[in-house]
Design a protein around this ligand. Structure first.
Ligand code: PMV
Length: 348
């Protein structure tokens, strides 16, 4: 009887060109590009043991050592998908334990890190129980494809640095099926990027991302969003290659605003921005005009600001965050994160 344990740490990522709206089964309406983070991650450990009695798979799930019905249900849905892709796991019982490095109530989307860490563990176990060791590129591609089926943004977290998910004519290996790392193309300035996550509100989102994606099906701006997202990916990759921070900023901020424009033009509409979000944006624009520094902000599906900047201006950005921005953050909360190397196998 086979049994064992595996654990992966997988980081979250922040998209610069956003995936919002699907085609087919978990395929993106347009390609997206993200930066993988370092300090915001999920660790997932799975202990697996072969079952003697039945073909039926089973699992237990704990989050930070405790039962969590919502996450357990989501894990169950993902496992059903995963077992179709990795049928060898059908004969196993899985004890899954997960924890996040960032506070649960920080209002940071955790599906990218949690689903990618789960997908990596499952692909690892699949190798162990089947005895077929895949080459690294195939292993990560398989994990990215599987993660995508649980959460689109999770497909990108399987890789470090700058990551593309979705077909674009400018990268020959790009695919809607799985993500593809593009850091090798990046100018060195972008490999020193930081992300200050300013927590404006730590509440749970009032619209889940699956509900939001669903609303895109009837959004009148759907096709325009897909077209402009596809064009923005081409221009953003070019800016990343050439170290053009100004073009990068224009695209990132436009994408952040058009993501929220999609929320506002859904039916029913939903508003995720808070007054403090707009106040921070206002301060950032003034600071940029006065200082001439090149930095940018982006937003995920929530009110929190991701402030992206390069290492060369770190001291001035930290000073500005402390003097002008943390006042708008809930209990002064912010996370000092940066570009990261991607997932890590921590137990095998
Ligand atoms: O991965 P999902 O299905 O939770 O969708 C996430 C979409 C955004 O986070 C809003 C944008 C993105 O590309 O990460």
């Amino acid at each position: 009887m086979k049994s064992g344990i595996t654990a992966w740490r997988s980081p979250s990522n922040i998209a610069l060109v956003k995936y919002w709206g699907k085609k087919g089964f978990q395929l993106p309406g347009n390609p997206s590009v993200s930066m993988t983070l370092t300090h915001s991650y999920t660790e997932t450990t799975i202990e697996y043991s072969q079952k003697a009695d039945s073909e039926k798979p089973s699992f237990n799930f704990l989050f930070h050592g405790e039962k969590n019905i919502t996450f357990e249900r989501r894990t169950g849905i993902f496992l059903e998908i995963a077992l179709k892709e990795l049928p060898a796991l059908k004969h196993f019982h899985l004890d899954i334990e997960s924890s996040n490095s960032f506070p649960h109530s920080a209002g940071i989307a955790s599906s990218a890190s949690s689903i990618s860490s789960l997908a990596l563990c499952l692909c690892q176990i699949n190798q162990q129980v089947s005895g077929i060791i895949e080459d690294e590129e195939i292993f990560y591609r398989k994990a990215s494809r599987l993660a995508r089926m649980g959460s689109g943004s999770a497909s990108r977290s399987v890789y470090g640095g700058w990551v593309l998910w979705g077909e674009t004519p400018v990268i020959s290996n790009s695919s809607n099926d799985y993500a593809f790392p593009i850091s090798d193309y990046a100018n060195k300035v972008f490999n020193t990027y930081y992300d200050a996550i300013l927590i404006v509100n730590s509440g749970v989102k009032q619209v889940t991302s699956s509900e939001g994606h669903k609303l895109m099906e009837s959004n009148p701006f759907r096709e325009i969003k897909f077209l402009s997202g596809s064009q923005n990916v081409i221009e953003l990759i070019d800016a990343i290659k050439n170290g053009n921070e100004k073009v990068f900023r224009n695209i990132a901020e436009y994408e952040a605003m058009s993501l929220h424009a999609m929320f506002l033009t859904s039916n029913p509409y939903f508003v995720l921005l808070k007054p403090e979000t707009l106040q921070i944006i206002d301060r950032l624009n003034k600071f940029r005009n006065e200082s001439g520094l090149e930095f940018c902000f982006t937003l995920d599906a929530g009110p929190n600001i991701h402030l992206l900047y390069s290492e060369s201006i770190r001291e001035r950005m930290i000073a500005f965050i402390r003097s002008d921005l943390i006042f708008f953050c809930e209990k002064g909360m912010w996370i000092d994160d940066r570009i990261g190397k991607g997932p890590e196998l921590i137990q095998n």
